[in-house]
Design a protein around this ligand. Structure first.
Ligand code: SF4
Ligand code: SF4
Length: 129
């Protein structure tokens, strides 16, 4: 099965809202900070929240990611977590994560066997590694 058969983005923006936040690595912070013309320290202060010692992209009052503006305003440098969605390692760790994500994302299909979902996620992750 092709990955597009288990996931097709409907461009609704729901994945940019709520859902525990988006982790950013140091390298991603450097890239996004450069994109928004600031230094990394100011970037973390202004655009991130710290959770469990890790930086997450901050959310606006409406719960959307701070970079959501009707679309992703940092698309070319968006974090890996956003680029890979919904083909995330966490799905291989626990298939229930796919179903939790599907409850938030109308583009994700759940009427396929777990083995197919895992195979597709593995395939996508190997492409992106
Ligand atoms: S929630 Fe799913 S369908 Fe909606 S924009 Fe995000 S990935 Fe696409
Ligand atoms: S960085 Fe872009 S794609 Fe990722 S959550 Fe924020 S607005 Fe959405």
């Amino acid at each position: 099965m092709n990955t597009t058969e288990i996931f097709k983005c409907k461009q609704c923006g729901d994945c940019c809202k709520g859902f525990g936040g988006t982790f950013v690595t140091e390298k991603e912070i450097e890239k996004i900070a450069a994109r928004v013309h600031t230094d990394t320290q100011t970037f973390v202060e202004k655009y991130c929240q710290i959770s469990g010692g890790k930086a997450l992209l901050a959310q606006d009052k409406d719960q959307y990611c701070i970079f959501w503006d009707g679309r992703c305003s940092i698309h070319p440098v968006k974090p890996r977590m956003c680029k890979n969605w919904p083909f995330l390692k966490s799905v291989l760790v626990d298939i229930n994560n796919w179903h939790i994500m599907a409850s938030l994302c109308p583009g994700i299909r759940t009427d396929v066997p777990d083995s197919t979902i895992k195979a597709c996620v593995t395939q996508e992750l190997s492409k992106n590694s």
